[in-house]
Structure formats: C-alpha cells, structure tokens
Design a protein around this ligand. Structure first.
Ligand SMILES: *[C@@H]1O[C@H](CO)[C@@H](O)[C@H](O)[C@H]1NC(C)=O
Ligand SMILES: *[C@@H]1O[C@H](CO)[C@@H](O)[C@H](O)[C@H]1NC(C)=O
Ligand SMILES: *[C@@H]1O[C@H](CO)[C@@H](O)[C@H](O)[C@H]1NC(C)=O
Length: 501
C-alpha cells in the first residue's frame, strides 16, 4: 500500500491541475502518513513518518527556539515538493555555525524505494561557481592574480578576442560577474532563438573531457556575444576559463587545487566532481519530467566539460560548512592573518590546513575585506533578475537589504547561489546576523555596473570584531528533480525563519 500510494502520488502530481487527481492525492496522503504530512498534522507526524530518514534531526531533542522554524521550513519545502512533484530533498541549516536542522525528505531513488537521508549527495550545478570564485579570490588576495589582467596572461592558449573589429580584453573580474561576453550554451548564431535553458544541447554532453584545456576547446574559438563589460550574460563556459586561470596561476590541475585549498581544509568530504564511473555512496538518482509531465530518469551526461561552473556534487551539510567559513571570515577583524596560498604552493606539500573553520584550528579562510569585496562587486541588470534587490557579485547572488516586500517585512542582506543541473536543483543562502552586520548600505546596487575595472577593496564598514564562530544562518537545500522553480526564494525564506527565532 505504501509503495503504491507513494508512487501514485508522484504520478498524480505530474499532471497537476486536474481536480480529480488532486482529490486522489489528498486521499493518498490521508491514508498514508506520507513524508509531507506535517502540513496537516505538524511535528508529530514528521517524527512518525515512514519516509523520514533514520538520521534526521530528532525534533523532540531540539531546543525549542528552532522547533517552530523547522516546522515552518519543512512546510515550505514540502509545499514545493508537492506543487512541483519533486521526488526527494535534503536540507541543512546552521545557526552561528551549529547545525540545527539536517534532514532528508522523500525519495533518493524511487525505483528502489530508497529515501533521502541527511547524507544524500546530489549535483549542485552552478553552486560550483561559488567554490571556484573562492579559489580565484584566494589567489587574488595573495597577490598571485590580477583581476583586471587579460586572461591570456594566465591561459596563453585562449585566443585574444575582437568585437566589432576592435580588440577587447577578457578579465577574471568580468568572468566572475558574467560580463565578459563569453557565450553560454548557445552560440552567437542562435542567440536570438528562444530555446528554453534545458533544450540546449550542451546541457547534455556525454563525452568526457580529460582536462580543462580540452573543455576550453568547446567555446574558445567562438565569437563573443557582447563587448566585455557592456552587458550581463550568464555563462557557465566562462567559469571553465576561470578554472584554466586557476591552473595557470597555481600550476596545479583545477580539481587538485579545489581539493587541496578548499574541500580538504573545510572537511567537505561529501563534495567533489560528479563523475559517473566511481561508486559514490549516498548519491541520489536524478529525475526530470517528460513532455507528458511524467517522471523519468535523466539521460546520461558527463559533466567534465564544466567542473568549475556546474560540475560538482555536494551534501547539504558540506555547503553549510562553506557558508559558515565565509561568514566567519566576513565577520572577522580587518587585521586577521590568513594562511598564504603562495607559501603552500611553493612548498608543494600534498596536505594543507588553510583555515579549518569548523574544527576551529585556523578559523579564517579569506580576509574579511576579500569576502566583502566578493559580495559587493555587483552587476545589477534586468538580464540577471527583474527583482530590484537581487544582483550578481563575484560568483555569488547578492540580495540587497532594506527594501520592503509584500506584507511589510524587510528583506535582509544575504548572499547565495542556485543550481540547475540535469536532474537536480539546489540553493545555498548565507544570511549574516543583523547585529553583527557590516554596513551593507554601502553595497551599492543602484548603479548599473559596479563590477568595474580597478576596484580593489571595500575597506569601509568592516565588522572589526573578533569572533570565534560565525554569526548568522546558512541554508542549503538539494532536490533531485530538474528545473525546480523558486529555489532562491525558498532558501532565503528558510534563512529568515531561523534568523527571527
Ligand atoms: C528522539 O528523542 C527522544 C528523547 O530523547 C526519544 O525518546 C525518541 O525515541 C527519539 N526519536 C527518534 C526517532 O530517534
Ligand atoms: C513520459 O513517460 C511516461 C512514463 O514513462 C511514458 O509512458 C510516456 O510515453 C512518456 N511521454 C513522452 C512524450 O515521452
Ligand atoms: C552606513 O554607511 C552609510 C553610507 O556611507 C552612512 O550614511 C551610514 O551612516 C552608515 N551607517 C552606520 C550604522 O554606520
């Protein structure tokens, strides 16, 4: 009964909008304490749900301030799952660096009746850009990389470009904020076509690219779509070029750099390149809906052509570690000493400990001004978002604080990213605590472009407080369905629920 019911539920949701189906869904839910039953009967039903993973946060042992936030957040996630027919989700929330909620909801694998647990890993797609951005900023902070130098100084095999007959300059800064004019999955010839994102063939590349320089060949000889610095144009290929820069500067393969300087120090042991052949424990299966709205397994893809911009997998709790590390760095004192990448590169040792934030060994990952800089070089452009509060920083989506939304609540300053993979959707949101806030009114978003050449620092408004743990909320949610809508808004709503406790 339970299997039937669960299976039926998803098939019914798929065709949404038909009232008979909704009635059947309702009946299904009533008969069986489905995993989203908290919407009807609250926390107790969550605890007793047969779809609840055994390692989920035990709500009866939670300190009371979070219970309400967890129940409400769960309702938000379950609503999305029911509205959009999502098989499975994993969520993790940390407050001030402590994990307060971590849970798998629904199915990791429908065919085998495997539920999601808090350990489930999924493709994180464009959230990979956040990790790559941190890598670029580490090298920049250490003086190893000039954000405004032509990328060819680091990647000699990338051709110099012209636009309208004039030579133009592609730089790391422009690549980080998607203004370099580099194409995304559409070439210049079909840029006017209104193909939906997931109808672009390059989403479904099945060939393996053995190196970053191999992947560059996919687009390196193609025309720029716009003159660099004139327009926001979201591009994942641009991030392959950034990973080539990281290789050129560090002398290491990009994935090795990522492992050594970000994943290992932060103990993100559930994160890496999403390769098909190696056994990857706790990997969810990936789903999409076909044109009749039915759930299907996604086609085979090989993500090696875009490790840096969209090829990683992660665990929700790992993304929270990254968020906590950056939050702590952001809130640390201006004179904070950060371990030097340069020294470690010179020593060529295999293991380094650059700020093991969670373990408290060396608590700082980047300098506070670097993090603030990364989150304040913002492009605010209707082609990125029509939401006047949202802009794109150096590899991060930045929400300006202050403006009012429906109902009169103030939306706070927060940063994050969403990911849209073949078969998965995700969001990471970092909400710095209001009372330890930088003076974010200085994060100018009124100007069209502040991702401007030459800007090197944001020295004003630093916290100037020493702190051994981050202050604020980090939220990560992963779904194993392609094309989930409203993930950024979901992530930031959940962050606010925990912030207000
Ligand atoms: C949750 O904790 C309570 C109190 O310690 C315990 O009685 C209960 O069995 C736990 N529930 C689960 C599902 O582990
Ligand atoms: C969609 O999937 C269902 C179930 O697998 C299948 O019966 C149907 O033919 C598919 N529709 C299309 C258009 O592929
Ligand atoms: C924040 O910065 C703005 C602009 O520089 C300034 O007017 C304001 O007084 C500052 N607020 C605080 C609390 O420091």
């Amino acid at each position: 009964m339970r299997e039937n019911c669960g299976g039926m539920m998803w098939r019914i949701v798929a065709v949404g909008g038909v009232s008979a189906s909704i009635a059947a869904l309702w009946k299904c839910q009533k008969q069986d304490a489905t995993y989203c039953s908290s919407m009807q009967t609250g926390v107790e039903a969550i605890e007793n749900s047969p779809y609840r993973a055994s390692d989920a946060t035990n709500l009866s042992t939670m300190p009371s301030p979070y219970l309400e936030a967890i129940a409400q957040s769960r309702k938000l996630i379950c609503r999305s799952m029911i509205e959009q027919g999502i098989p499975g989700a994993v969520v993790c929330v940390t407050v001030d660096g402590n994990k307060v909620w971590s849970e798998g909801i629904g199915y990791a694998d429908i065919e085998n009746d495997v539920t999601c647990s808090s350990q489930t890993v999924m493709r994180i797609a464009s959230i990979s850009k956040c990790l790559t951005a941190v890598a670029v900023m580490q090298l920049w902070e250490d003086g190893l990389l000039d954000l405004d130098a032509p990328v060819q100084s680091y990647v000699p095999l990338f051709p110099y470009k012209t636009f309208d007959g004039k030579e133009v300059k592609i730089t790391c800064r422009k690549l980080l904020c998607h203004t370099a004019g580099v194409r995304h999955y559409k070439k210049a010839s079909d840029i006017e076509s209104n193909k939906e994102e997931f109808h672009n063939d390059e989403y479904f590349i099945k060939e393996h690219y053995a190196s970053v320089s191999e992947s560059l060949k996919l687009f390196s000889n193609d025309d720029l779509l716009y003159a660099p610095g004139t327009k926001f144009y979201y591009t994942t290929h641009g991030w392959t070029l950034l990973s080539a820069v990281i290789e050129g500067v560090s002398g290491m393969p990009f994935l090795d750099y990522l492992q050594k300087f970000i994943l290992s120090p932060l103990h993100m042991d559930g994160t890496g390149p999403e390769k098909n052949n190696p056994l990857l424990y706790n990997r969810a299966r990936y789903y999409n809906r076909n044109s009749s709205g039915m759930l299907e397994n996604t086609p085979y893809v090989d993500l090696s052509y875009k490790w840096a911009g969209g090829g990683l997998y992660s665990r929700a709790s790992d993304l929270c570690k990254l968020g906590g590390a950056l939050l702590l760095s952001y809130q640390s004192r201006a004179d904070t000493i950060v371990p030097s990448i340069r020294t470690h590169l010179a020593k060529k040792e295999t293991h380094v400990s650059v700020g093991a934030v969670i373990q408290g060994e060396k608590p700082f990952f980047l300098k506070p001004e670097t993090v603030k800089f990364m989150w304040s070089q913002i492009v605010h452009d209707a082609d990125f978002s029509t939401d006047p509060q949202l802009g794109y920083g150096l590899g991060w989506v930045v929400q300006r604080e202050g403006a009012l939304v429906k109902g009169g609540t103030v939306r706070p300053f927060c940063v994050g990213h969403t990911g849209a993979a073949v078969g998965a959707s995700s969001v990471l949101v970092i909400l710095p605590s209001q009372h330890l806030q930088h003076n974010n009114s200085q994060l100018a978003m009124d100007e069209h472009f502040v991702c401007s050449e030459g800007a090197v620092s944001v020295s004003d408004g630093l916290c100037n407080r020493q702190s051994s743990s981050p202050h604020g909320v980090v939220v990560a949610v992963l779904f194993n369905l392609q094309g989930v809508r409203g993930t950024y808004s979901l992530g930031s709503q959940i962050a606010m629920l925990f912030d207000k406790r």
